[in-house]
Design a protein around this ligand. Structure first.
Ligand code: CMC
Length: 389
């Protein structure tokens, strides 16, 4: 065969064309369908942004209302799927629970598995948007040993999600509007990020004509790793360890620079952003606002700010263009809202779901799509004669 260029980690190779999200990593620009992330975060809702990503333009008020209503009608899980959670160990990581349950959706919804039928694709889209938050909340409840609540469709998307996570059957639950708006804003900031590892996974799996549930379950597994979505949980662990050890921030940064035991400053660095991550800027603002509004004082936020200041003034980080990414401050906010660290990446997955769906559909609708099948450069043994025995 002819010459194949090696591009480990796809640093230089575009695997697809896409019209969904634009990033300029040098200037810290992120746009969904042409709209700046700052405007979107200030003015929109999770489901409106989902519509924008999936269908390409902002919905009219009546289109949005109909879309929200359709999502609401699909929030219930099949009772057998509720029981599916019983089969998993109570201390299972909620990300594994999430991907397993999403994979199981294929078994419940065989009427929406065709990738060639637009109506079925639409039905899978709605089912995923409606059910993933419920599955996520059940993964949380399961880890606490608490009863699952049914969705309350009189509430907004985010309020419903908060109630499913923090409500119980014994008492009424009051949603805190500050928490609800802050969570919605964080979800919006995560909704898409072009060809990141999990989205590329969704596209690769989808390119085999696997159904949307199977493709997105694979994306959730890709997101789980600490170099991708799992970084938000890893950041909080890192901050907690610094606090518990009493080690100074300078000392910790020194160990990172010396690559001691391969440690990295979690929540720092990005393949594409080499100046700043616009999402991180918005999240940092939220961290201060939310903790103040909730009356929470958290030493971990102070440690995070100190770490950021020390790293940004250090040549190691300057030379390598390493800046805080979206995951650096989110954990502190999720913690203040009451989520345990093991739920942080699950929240990222809910945020990213509309992006995964939009990319799966774009790939599926593109006549030029071919099955994803990377080349390799073979480095093994040359042809050998089978030994005589
Ligand atoms: N701490 C210390 N050194 C780092 C870090 C870090 N967080 N990130 C990169 N480096 C160093 C790396 O050691 C290498 O140094 P050298 O040239 O001496 O070998 C240099 O910077 C380039 O790193 P790289 O691994 O080639 O960069 P990449 O573009 O392949 O990796 C990354 C990007 C995000 C995986 C990486 O920066 C990282 O591991 N960050 C920590 C994990 C993290 O926060 N991930 C979340 C990413 S943003 C949201 C998301 O996608 O989920």
């Amino acid at each position: 065969t002819g010459y194949t260029a090696l591009d480990q980690g796809f640093v230089n190779t575009a695997a697809t064309k896409s019209a969904i999200t634009y990033i300029d990593g040098d200037q810290g620009i992120l746009r969904y369908r042409g709209y700046g992330i700052e405007d979107i975060a200030a003015n929109s809702t999770y489901l409106e942004v989902a519509w924008l990503l999936i269908y390409g333009n902002l919905p009219s008020p009546s289109e949005l209302e109909a879309f929200e209503e359709r999502v609401r009608r699909h929030t219930l899980l099949h009772e057998d799927l509720r029981r599916f959670f019983d089969a998993l160990p109570h201390n299972a990581h909620p990300m594994s629970v999430l991907s397993s349950a999403v994979s199981a959706l294929s078994t419940f919804y065989e009427d929406s598995l065709s990738v060639h039928d637009p109506e079925q694709v639409e039905l899978s889209t709605i089912r995923l948007l409606a059910k993933l938050p419920v599955i996520a909340a059940y993964a949380h409840k399961k880890s606490l040993g608490q009863a699952f609540l049914y969705p309350d469709n009189s509430l907004s998307f985010t309020d419903n999600f908060l109630k499913l996570n923090f409500g119980n059957m014994a008492e009424p639950y009051e949603v805190n509007p500050v928490v609800s708006r802050a969570l919605e804003r964080l979800l919006i900031l995560h909704e898409d990020h072009e060809q990141n590892a999990s989205t590329s996974t969704v596209r690769l799996v989808g390119s085999t004509e696997a159904n949307m549930f199977a493709s997105i379950s694979a994306g959730i597994n890709a997101l789980y790793g600490p170099l991708h979505g799992g970084a938000n949980e890893a950041v909080l662990k890192m901050l907690g360890e610094i606090k518990a050890s009493g080690e100074s921030v300078e000392k910790f940064v020194e160990r990172v620079k010396n690559k001691e035991d391969g440690i990295r400053l979690m929540g720092f660095g990005h393949r594409v952003y080499k100046n700043f991550d616009p999402r991180a800027k918005l999240v940092k603002e939220s961290a201060d606002e939310v903790l103040k509004a909730l009356g929470v004082q958290d030493d971990l936020l102070d440690i995070a700010k100190e770490l950021e200041a020390v790293a940004l003034a250090d040549d190691y980080f300057i030379e390598r263009k390493l800046y805080p990414n979206v995951d650096f401050y989110t954990g502190v906010i999720y913690k203040a809202m009451g989520f345990p660290p093991r739920m942080f990446t699950v929240l990222f997955a809910i945020g990213r779901l509309p992006g995964w769906i939009a990319h799966w559909r774009e790939m599926n609708e593109d006549k030029a799509t071919k099955i994803g099948r990377p080349q390799q450069l073979y480095t093994g043994a040359p042809a050998r004669d089978w030994p005589a025995r």
